[in-house]
Design a protein around this ligand. Structure first.
Ligand code: 9MR
Length: 406
């Protein structure tokens, strides 16, 4: 009997031991399952080699997905980038969820003469956006630049009257916005209406239309454009877009004052676009201060927002006239951490209810308008994807930032 009991105890121990060994819990030796999974993890880590990942790679992260809890992330592009199967197409679909045409939806492209409208490029972008669930920004309806002369002159070369220009303006805005009713989500209705330091720009729009309704202010062309756009598509978000609002306090105050008085008059403006063509000397604190000024407009319209519409970060300060910059480790550290500070600020803006969209002015360094501008022959590196479509270290800084804030 005793022997039988002893044998059954031994048997029970043997069974228990073999079960525990199979579960890998009694031994210090790595079991085969653990070995396999750590090898897979290592292989995965090798696949996502940060120095050698292309923006279109399947294993690359997605910028817009990384920031989705705070804001959309978009880019300016050209319609020729939308050829299915190309690397450019894959990058756009994977990395961004807001799109704007860099040049093809400006007045000279869309309405080159009085009776001619070109809708092809923006129609194609809208089609793409519908298929891939993306947002479209229309840039831009009214601007002093890239605007054809026919608006301002008659057949004899004389400037037209205020009445004629107002009629042309309403017709232009109404025709384009109606064509895209429910399809273009956001319009930069007016672009760069202020000068460098904040006064109203002395454009043909301003000169000819001026104080059209005689109420004492001279920005009636802006009011007329916004009103027409709202009538054509009451659901579209209507933005007044300008540069240097992030860096010039006097310009931010001018914008605030002008928009405040327009909102008080009931003009349908939904937000201010900060272009944000910034450079390596950019000061985040000044930008925060200026945005606080602009966001006082929420006391009139709680839904009023800012949008970042044309972000890039030049490697040259404005006063620098050189054409080349050496991308040393030290320089890149400065560049990457500035991008990271900027996006940390955007997250703060989003959490305060100020911002829900950040759009880059281009998606890879090779296409940036900052190559050759403002210094001819200059090579610049202002974006997150390099000329070969590889993800730059600044891109990874932003991915790390998003992860750390999630
Ligand atoms: O990037 C655009 C460039 O290709 C054009 O030559 C230029 C013409 O003015 O416009 C650039 O885009 C501008 C945008 O429409 C408004 N804000 C400033 C942008 C950079 O100049």
């Amino acid at each position: 009997m005793k022997l039988k009991q002893l044998l059954s105890v031994l048997l029970a121990f043997t069974v228990l031991f073999s079960v525990m060994t199979a579960c890998g819990s009694t031994s210090d030796e790595p079991d085969s399952a653990v070995t396999t999974s750590s090898t897979e993890a290592e292989e995965e880590a090798v696949t996502v080699d940060r120095d050698n990942t292309y923006a279109y790679d399947e294993d690359a992260p997605s910028l817009y997905e990384a920031f989705a809890q705070w804001f959309k992330v978009g880019t300016a592009m050209n319609i020729s980038d939308l050829v299915e199967g190309t690397e450019e197409f894959e990058i756009l679909v994977k990395q961004y969820n807001v799109f704007t045409l860099e040049n093809e939806s400006k007045p000279d492209a869309m309405h080159p003469s009085e009776d001619v409208y070109n809708f092809d490029a923006l129609d194609q972008l809208v089609e793409f956006a519908n298929e891939y669930d993306k947002t479209v920004r229309g840039h831009t309806l009214v601007w002093h630049s890239q605007c054809p002369d026919w608006f301002f002159y008659d057949d004899d070369g004389n400037t037209v009257s205020a009445d004629v220009l107002v009629e042309r303006l309403i017709e232009h805005v109404t025709t384009i916005v109606s064509h895209y009713k429910g399809e273009v989500d956001v319009w930069d209705v007016c672009n760069e209406v202020l000068g460098d330091s904040g006064g109203l720009r002395d454009s043909m729009w301003y000169q000819i239309i001026g104080d059209y309704d005689g109420d004492g202010d001279s920005y009636d062309y802006i009011e007329i454009a916004f009103t027409a756009a709202h009538e054509a598509d009451p659901d579209a978000r209507l933005i007044i877009n300008d540069y240097s609002l992030e860096s010039s306090e006097s310009k931010a105050i001018s914008m605030y004052m002008m928009v405040k008085s327009m909102l008080e008059e009931g003009i349908p403006i939904d937000g201010i676009g900060l272009q944000m063509h910034v450079d390596i000397g950019f000061d985040v604190e000044t930008c925060k201060n200026n945005v606080e000024i602009l966001m006082k407009l929420k006391s009139i319209d709680p839904d009023f927002v800012i949008e970042v519409t044309e972000l890039d970060l030049s490697c040259f300060t404005w006063s620098d006239t050189s054409t080349e910059v050496e991308l040393t480790d030290e320089f890149l550290e400065q560049f990457d951490s500035l991008y990271s500070d900027i996006f940390e600020m955007f997250i703060e803006f989003s959490e305060a209810g100020y911002l829900d969209s950040v759009v880059f002015w281009g998606y890879y360094d090779g296409m940036s308008w900052l190559n050759g501008y403002p210094v001819s022959g200059r090579t610049n590196y202002p974006l997150l994807i390099d000329r070969d479509y590889k993800l730059k270290s600044a891109y990874w800084s932003l991915i790390d930032l998003a992860e750390s804030k999630s």
